[in-house]
Design a protein. Structure first.
Length: 397
């Protein structure tokens, strides 16, 4: 009995010591919070800094923590080294709607891009208080078995054959979806309705989509998580490959920007126009006063002056330059070729006028009169010398 009592007292002493220690720790932390929770907050900040540093070291120098100001623009779906890729550009000023200079142009495999896009749609749906965004064919985003009458094949979402602006589910013979099963026409697409999985090509999408929320319905970390957790942008950014060389040749068409061929053609067309303008100025300096007055009268008939023509020409050049900077190639080429044709037509007119017959005051052409044969004979007769005879003078008596 004595030993049991001693053991009981010993255990009771241990419990008292533990209770006092816990109490000291609790009140010590409470004192830190009352006197300033700087130590605890500093530890949290230090932990966040360590996480950010570790994440930056993992992702590289291009690690992005806050996605609030970023936007992405999906350009085209291409097949690069037998892998279907989404070519896209990333922009760091979303408010400019993807018309400024991008951070870069990259490519990401279709399953990775579309999977991230579906995750983004899920997050947007959750913010709006609706069910998750589910597509009936989302299973085929990644390589998945598909049974047909001819046996078991594999299907995966990829680029549509012959269309770089849409996606389709393709059929493959291997479980890695690397060998397409093409028909006689070279088509391997299945007739699946994947409209719910189609990407918004050529549309600028912000990486972060805020929804109006009551502050009582969200916690303090809601907005922080929204700014740092962007399913689409963060995923494709972490799995990006720089688009250059072959990718740019496959991933861009005439509407995607000014390529090297465009630059060469612009230089040639600009040099041709400059030469024509120089010739026009030279011919106008040699223009007679009468022709200049006729031209001014023609302009005055439609209510224009020469200064107006110069102003309109300069304004058109500014408009063409603006469209070119905006990447509107179709209207840029149309206006540029129209201006060049007009300048060429005016130069042709000046050339014809300077080399034609003179024009009289009444606007009629002045024809040169050719000498006749009879006039030539008269001139020949005048040149001949005859014998001179004095006239007979009557005598006056």
């Amino acid at each position: 009995m004595v030993q049991l009592k001693q053991c009981g007292l010993f255990l009771l002493g241990i419990l008292v010591v533990i209770d006092v220690s816990l109490g000291d720790q609790y009140y010590g932390q409470e004192g830190d919070d009352g006197g300033g929770n700087d130590d605890a907050g500093g530890d949290d900040d230090a932990a966040d800094d360590d996480y950010d540093a570790a994440r930056a070291a993992y992702d590289g120098d291009d690690y992005i923590k806050y996605w609030t100001e970023y936007a992405v623009l999906a350009k085209k779906c291409i097949t690069y080294n037998n892998v279907d890729m989404i070519v896209y550009s990333m922009y760091e000023q979303a408010y400019q709607h993807c018309i400024d200079k991008p951070v870069g142009t990259y490519m990401t495999p279709v399953p990775t891009f579309v999977g991230a896009y579906v995750d983004q749609l899920d997050a947007n749906a959750a913010d709006n208080g609706v069910d998750d965004y589910i597509s009936p064919y989302s299973t085929f985003i990644n390589c998945y078995p598909y049974e047909t009458n001819g046996g078991v094949y594999y299907a995966q979402l990829g680029c549509t054959d012959g269309d770089s602006q849409s996606l389709a589910v393709g059929l493959f013979t291997d479980n890695t979806c690397e060998t397409p099963d093409k028909d006689a026409t070279g088509d391997d697409d299945l007739n699946f309705d994947v409209s719910a999985l189609q990407l918004p090509f050529k549309e600028c999408k912000s990486c972060v989509n805020f929804v109006d929320k009551n502050e009582d319905d969200v916690d303090d970390q809601y907005f922080e998580n929204k700014m740092t957790s962007a399913p689409l942008c963060s995923t494709i950014w972490a799995n990006k490959s720089v688009c250059n060389g072959k990718c740019k040749r496959l991933g861009f068409d005439s509407a995607d920007g000014w390529n090297k061929s465009d630059h060469v053609l612009l230089v040639v067309l600009g040099a041709f126009s400059a030469v024509m303008l120089a010739l026009i100025l030279k011919k106008r300096q040699k223009m007679s006063n009468k022709d200049a007055l006729i031209e001014e009268a023609a302009l005055g008939a439609i209510g224009l002056q020469q200064t107006h023509i110069i102003g309109i020409f300069v304004l058109l050049l500014l408009v063409v330059g603006t469209f070119a900077l905006l990447g509107l190639k179709a209207i840029t080429w149309t206006m540029l070729l129209t201006i060049t044709a007009a300048v060429f037509g005016y130069l042709l007119k000046l050339t014809i006028d300077s080399g034609g017959a003179p024009v009289g005051p009444d606007g009629q052409l002045i024809e040169r009169e050719d000498s006749s044969d009879s006039e030539d004979d008269d001139e020949d007769d005048e040149d001949e010398k005859g014998e001179y005879r004095s006239p007979d003078v009557p005598q006056i008596t």
